[in-house]
Design a protein around this ligand. Structure first.
Ligand SMILES: Nc1ncnc2c1ncn2[C@@H]1O[C@H](COP(=O)(O)OP(=O)(O)OP(=O)(O)O)[C@@H](O)[C@H]1O
Ligand SMILES: [Mg+2]
Length: 258
């Protein structure tokens, strides 16, 4: 469904490095990747390895210096309608649910943002209120949450609202960037269970960025390891114990004893 070929990204350094100007620091080096429809791909790597940068390329927020990004038959950064098509098909859930939910909006308004996007795109007409109740139920919240404000919810509840908003526009792909990392272990499992059920019900494709291998083994079918901006391994989760990549092995050994 998604193909990335030799993606390179660099940023301009802050320092004046030579007489001719500022140098660029390369963050992603020839990243290639294929994501099959319906799978959950984990992107794993330590802090600063380039995960979020890759996520921003995949979301259409950051044009790479070079390389090709195809969503089905559309070249995202070179086709005129590339980013629009991507927006229709891909939703994003970020780590920082407290800032990604507008504090002045009630929960129903936050979710109805996603519903409006869907309605505008398809021209379909249906009762938004009933849809909000349905979506809240889908993420394990009852309708009494509808009129509350974000600060009146726990972190786990608010992140579920962000997930409801992400699915409200009926995407085919959802990208999660450290979306459950700041929740406690028990709530993480609850949210992952919700994500697992949602994915099956809506036939979704997930891209799950994290630094936590345990959540990858819980939710993902495949995992790609990123180290210093390079892919070191891309393997099925069930084959993780077979990996010969030193970085992947080190992480795997930290949670599983062979
Ligand atoms: N807009 C930017 N301008 C300059 N440098 C950037 C920019 N965005 C990211 N970087 C740099 O790129 C590198 C990779 O950052 P990135 O956010 O992709 O890492 P990450 O793997 O998501 O880390 P974390 O796990 O801490 O979220 C870092 O060294 C970061 O400082
Ligand atoms: Mg990041």
């Amino acid at each position: 469904m998604i193909t990335l070929k030799d993606i390179c990204v660099s940023f301009r350094s802050e320092k004046q490095t030579s007489f001719f100007g500022k140098e660029r620091t390369q963050v992603l080096f020839d990243v290639s990747l294929y994501i099959q429809r319906g799978i959950c791909l984990g992107i794993l790597g330590e802090s600063g390895s380039g995960k979020s940068t890759l996520g921003r390329v995949i979301c259409g927020m950051l044009k790479p210096d070079s390389g090709k990004y195809m969503l089905e038959e559309t070249a995202i950064y070179s086709d005129k309608n590339g980013r629009k098509k991507l927006q229709e098909k891909l939703s994003i859930v970020f780590q920082d649910y407290t800032t990604s939910a507008n504090p002045r909006f009630r929960i129903k308004d936050i979710i109805s943002e996603g519903i409006s996007v869907y309605k505008r795109r398809t021209g379909e007409r249906f009762n938004s209120l009933a849809e909000i109740v349905r979506l809240l139920k889908l993420v394990g919240l009852d309708e009494s949450f509808m009129n509350r404000f974000p600060h009146q919810l726990s972190g786990g509840q608010l992140q579920r609202v962000c997930i409801a908003r992400a699915v409200a526009c009926r995407p085919e792909i959802i990208l999660f960037d450290e979306a459950i990392s700041s929740l406690d272990a028990h709530t993480q499992v609850q949210v992952m269970d919700i994500l697992y059920d949602l994915k099956r019900e809506m036939n979704l494709t997930y891209i799950f960025i994290t630094h936590d291998l345990t959540s990858v083994t819980y939710l993902c079918d495949e995992v790609m390891f990123l180290k210093n901006g390079k892919v070191t391994e891309h393997i099925k989760v069930k084959d993780l114990y077979k990996t010969t990549d030193p970085y992947a092995r080190k992480l795997v050994h930290s949670i599983i004893e062979f």
